[in-house]
Design a protein around this ligand. Structure first.
Ligand code: ADP
Ligand code: MG
Length: 815
């Protein structure tokens, strides 16, 4: 809990440092030099200090990166560990390390684990790209070699760094000389306003911490990023709250549109937490004026009120404890419909044209104390549970992991100011008399909130699982079977992407940007996800442990069309909610799975939730279980014809998935299930995307299995999954089949496999594999995706070839 307070002393010591003190006296030096001279000299000094960090090449493709490295190799004499860093060409919030070692070029995805925190593969999570690279300079830590020299270009982006080099702007701000600061920011030699100092802060952070109001105002007006994080994960607002500079808070919010909900990625603390921890009453008051939640919750659930008590700030405790918002403009009568249900709510909103931000509140069927917020966004209806609980002897209301509120009205008012996890702010309600009521008065403010929201296309990127050296991000909290959405927190989301000032919009990706995957929801028309009451499921013994959770056998009791009770055997995939990075994506994916019906794919039945924070995915029970186990256990019983038949069936199922525009991403023998010797079915389609685990390249799964061995090179290199990459995986699956369940590439590590493939090598023909079947595999493993056969061709191959007569007969029965 003390982590927020580490930099005070360090700051003072740098300030007092002899060399810095001499340099820092901007005012004095201006008596002998012109500002322009000083700025030019400063620029050279910074450049010199930063010359070891000029490894960043911006957004270039992998091929360009290799060309650059090749050229550089000529100059440095094939130096092992030559590298550069570039922006990932398929995701604007991640980077790639391109590295040369022993004749091979590697491209490692640098994942943004949380705002400004990065990791490669299973390596440590490190704050700042600069410190990440520094780390790999010192140790190889899983890379083929440690980093040595780089191809020179520019320094990594300011907002992705831990620290930088103190410049003249930092110094002028620290000397609190606003007129000079003004001149500096107007000069064409001005250093970047958001550059970080030696001690990891921007000029704005310093101005805020020391309360230099005029300087803060100037930098904010000149493009300072109000939501930038310093090396302790604090924004300018956090700094004000830490330094007790209440006066600047309103500048940041009014002029810079600073986000009062922005959390410190290291702890989840909002600025209010910071103020409460320090006992800074003025800051608390002003934050309350700006609708900052009085009971915000940090990663560990701690609220500012808890902090004021723990640190004995009685006056602050009283302020927060007794706080009643004075300007509540919205009341139950405007939006509360106690009698209606989910369908009724949907109907009312449809009647009112599904206008953006239109909402109502109804009672929850599940729990009489709970309410449901039903909200329109982009012509769709979303439901959010408003729960209640006892917190410090009072009842509080909250949505998901959002702030606690003493009144339902307060919750509604809060979300009319801040989307903070909802898809949009609450704008307009419909009352029981069916009249529309305008809730938001300040439309400009709302537009801003929303444009902020849209500015970050990667918001729903699933976060990686927490790393050992991290403060663990809060797991998503429990939802309710009745609800189709879970709240995402805007502040966390925003913070997950490069913090950018609303004024400085992220440029759109260049036209050659590889096309992103189509969103799951757009693939098929949206249907209601089938929810199963968990009481109608009888859970039996565990039948498997998979990559994503355990699998149980069960019995599902349901009413058939005639209203008669029936029972059917089911397989139940059990996910603990905390293992799902983004429940919304998960449910979206489940909805897609539900719509896929084919004899060669496993039938999805529905989804259920338990009281125990588990999400259950219910599907048809497939008698003989996974093909991989079957191959291993019944080696002697399986003949060539079985394998051809299964291959044809898998290709047929995949053709269907392709027609439905669904990319499997995890096609492997373990994900093919056998009903009997004559029927194979594809399972787990879409699941890897829904759970998010396979989207992280160079990363072993928990089971020690490397999905990378099933990945096509473009998946590894560009994260580009497609039907053609599924074809590659199909080739690997064929290889598993014809080798009777052997592990592809033996015990080679993921990285060795990548190198092996890069060198143009491929898996050998399994001993008992017919040459024609091996030829199919080789075609699936064409480097160029376009050259690979389609599933349709593969299906015809395994069906039509005369050699496979028996298959043809069986396959005919499917048409
Ligand atoms: P993985 O694919 O990572 O091995 P899964 O979670 O998909 O793990 O499945 C684990 C095991 O559970 C499978 O190997 C299989 O034996 C069994 N299983 C999964 N789904 C079904 C199902 N629908 N019917 C019968 N058994 C299943
Ligand atoms: Mg599976």
């Amino acid at each position: 809990m003390m982590e927020n307070d580490t930099d005070d002393d360090q700051f003072d010591s740098i300030y007092a440092n002899e060399e810095t003190t001499e340099l820092i006296n901007v005012k004095e030096r201006l008596q002998s030099y012109s500002l322009e001279e000083l700025l030019k000299e400063d620029r050279e000094k910074v450049k010199e200090k930063e010359k070891e960090k000029q490894y960043y090449h911006g957004r270039i493709t992998r091929d360009v990166a290799e060309d650059i490295l090749k050229k550089e190799l000529g100059k440095v004499g094939n130096k092992d560990g030559l590298f550069l860093v570039r922006e990932s060409s398929f995701s604007c919030s991640s980077f790639v390390l391109s590295l040369y070692s022993k004749g091979v070029f590697y491209h490692f995805q640098i994942n943004m684990v949380k705002p400004c925190h990065f990791s490669i593969d299973e390596g440590p999570t490190i704050h700042g790209l600069d410190r990440l690279i520094q780390n790999y300079h010192e140790h190889a830590q899983g890379l083929p070699t440690h980093l040595t020299v780089f191809s020179k270009c520019k320094t990594p982006p300011d907002d992705q760094r831990h620290s930088g080099a103190t410049n003249l702007l930092h110094r002028a701000v620290l000397e609190n000389i606003p007129d000079i600061v003004e001149k500096i920011v107007k000069s064409k030699f001005c250093p970047p306003v958001n550059a970080k100092s030696d001690w990891g802060t921007t000029a704005l952070h310093d101005a805020c911490y020391y309360g230099f109001e005029d300087c803060a105002d100037i930098v904010v007006r000149n493009g300072a990023d109000v939501n930038a994080l310093d090396k302790d994960g604090q924004t300018a607002l956090h700094k004000c709250c830490k330094g007790n500079k209440a006066g600047i808070i309103s500048i940041l919010i009014n002029e810079g549109q600073a986000d009062v909900n922005m959390r410190n990625p290291k702890s989840g603390w909002t600025p209010m937490h910071q103020a409460a921890y320090k006992g800074h009453l003025e800051c608390i008051k002003i934050l309350l004026d700006f609708h900052s939640p009085y009971f915000a919750r940090a990663d560990d659930g701690v609220t500012p009120l808890d902090l004021t008590e723990n640190y004995e700030h009685k006056h602050c405790f009283d302020e927060l404890d007794k706080f009643e918002p004075s300007n509540i403009v919205t009341h139950k009568k405007d939006w509360f419909h106690p009698e209606i249900d989910r369908v009724g709510a949907q109907k009312i909103l449809e009647l009112k044209g599904l206008r953006e931000g239109l909402f109502l509140v109804r009672s929850s069927k599940k729990n009489p104390d709970w309410q449901v917020l039903t909200l329109c966004h982009e012509q769709k209806v979303f439901n959010y549970q408003i729960k209640t609980k006892h917190y410090r002897d009072r009842l509080v209301y909250y949505i998901d992991d959002g702030p606690y509120y003493k009144q339902l009205d307060h919750v509604i008012q809060y979300y009319s100011y801040h989307a903070n996890g909802l898809p949009c702010v609450l704008r307009l309600s419909v009352n029981p008399a069916m009249e529309l009521i305008q809730i938001s008065k300040d439309d400009e403010y709302f537009n801003l909130q929303e444009s902020n929201h849209q500015q970050f296309p990667m918001l729903s990127t699933p976060a990686l699982p927490p790393r050992p050296d991290d403060m663990t991000p809060r797991p998503p909290s429990a939802g309710d079977a009745e609800y189709s959405q879970s709240v995402k927190r805007t502040s966390q989301q925003q913070a997950r992407t490069p913090p950018t000032s609303p004024k400085l919009k992220t440029p759109p990706p260049p036209p050659n940007h590889p096309p992103p995957q189509p969103p799951a929801a757009s693939r098929l028309s949206v249907v209601e996800l089938k929810r199963i009451d968990f009481k109608s499921l009888k859970r039996g013994k565990e039948i498997g442990q998979g990559e994503f959770g355990s699998v149980e056998k069960g019995v599902y009791t349901y009413k058939n069309d005639k209203g008669k009770k029936e029972k059917t055997e089911v397989a139940i995939k059990v996910f603990h909610k905390t293992s799902i990075n983004n429940q919304e994506d998960f449910l979206k994916e489940a909805r897609t799975m539900q719509q896929l019906k084919h004899e060669c794919i496993v039938n999805f039945i529905g989804i259920s939730e338990t009281d125990n924070h588990e999400l259950l995915l219910v599907e048809e029970f497939i008698e003989k279980g996974s093909m991989l186990d079957y191959l291993l256990d019944h080696h002697d019983k399986i003949n060539k014809d079985n394998l051809y038949l299964w291959a044809a069936q898998i290709a047929l199922g995949m053709t269907y998935l392709e027609q439905q525009k669904m990319v499997h991403r995890d096609l492997a023998a373990r994900n093919i299930l056998l009903q009997n010797e004559k029927r194979a079915k594809i399972s787990d389609f879409g699941l890897s995307r829904a759970v998010g685990s396979n989207s992280d390249y160079y990363k072993a799964t928990t089971g020690g299995r490397w999905p990378i061995k099933w990945y096509a090179p473009e998946c590894v290199n560009y994260g580009h999954f497609s039907h053609a990459s599924d074809v590659w995986s199909f080739g690997i699956t064929l290889w598993e089949m014809f080798s009777f369940g052997e592990s592809p590439y033996g015990d080679m590590k993921g990285i060795e496999v990548i190198q092996f493939i890069e060198e143009g090598k491929r898996l050998d023909k399994p001993e008992k594999c017919p040459v024609v079947a091996y030829q199919q595999m080789l075609q699936c493993w064409e480097k160029e995706p376009k050259k690979r056969p389609s599933f349709k061709m593969l299906n015809s191959h395994f069906t039509e070839e005369s050699e496979y007569a028996c298959v043809r007969d069986i396959m005919k029965s499917y048409r």
